[in-house]
Design a protein around this ligand. Sequence first.
Ligand SMILES: [Cu+2]
Length: 297
Amino acid sequence: MMRNFFSIYILVAFVTVFSLFSCSNEGADPAPEDQGTMIAHYDIPDTDFQLEIYGQQAYQSGYNVMGLRVVDANKDRVEANITVNPIMYMDGGHSHGCPVDVPAVSLPAGQQAVGVFFIMPSMNGYWELNFTVEGAGVEATFTERITVIDPTDWETKYGSHFLRTTYQEESYFFSYYWMNGKPAADANTWVGIAYKAVRIMHGDHMMMTFEPVKDLEWNTISWMASMDHGAPENPMAMEMEGYAGHYEGKVNFTMTGDWQIANHVLLNGESVLTSEEVPAEGDGIDYFSGDVFYLEF
Ligand SMILES: [Cu+2]
């Protein structure tokens, strides 16, 4: 009896998911020039299809908001479900993955949103992306070797940066992205992301997995170091419902130039980031102990 109920439940769930996908296929996708920046495209083995990856400028260390879609030989989108599994092979022989989730963004219709949080750039080893593509009669698995750059090397320095810290002998990773893709001299919404590495035994070897960090108090102050002033109103970033480890923050940039977002992140009332002191005025805080995301726009 239980088993029957279970099968019916699975069937209903499957039908619901399937019809959701079917519905999303209606209506034309935006023109190619309105799809955003394509950072990579790969031939899907044994098909005429290609997988397109949209993103900021390149694969970069820190959190990457990506839009994925599959197109046929005519560049028309085909309905497919895509998964990404990143692995880094370190020179020493050890390998590790990184957090993958779904970001809270609205991408052009037809793109599947994926958030990939590369915890280091391509140095002392290399990254691979393992893809599976299912749909339109295709079931493909393939692997691509990629280069993950350090975004501080860019000329345009508003890329996603990341902070790494050790707290109570565990590794924590912080990054962020701009809700509008880039910052402006205006009120901006950004999303901070926090994960920690969790080591588990898998057979006789240690494996690293990642868990979103919940219940943080994520305070920020925006600071223009070159002119020694801050910007008004620095509300605490708030945990986003339905997006574990994602925190929505606001920042008011009063001018363009070089800015820092100083982070003071507390877990159970204790600071998780402690390396740097950032002067701050207003908000009743004289000195702010935390780490900073640097940006320039
Ligand atoms: Cu690595």
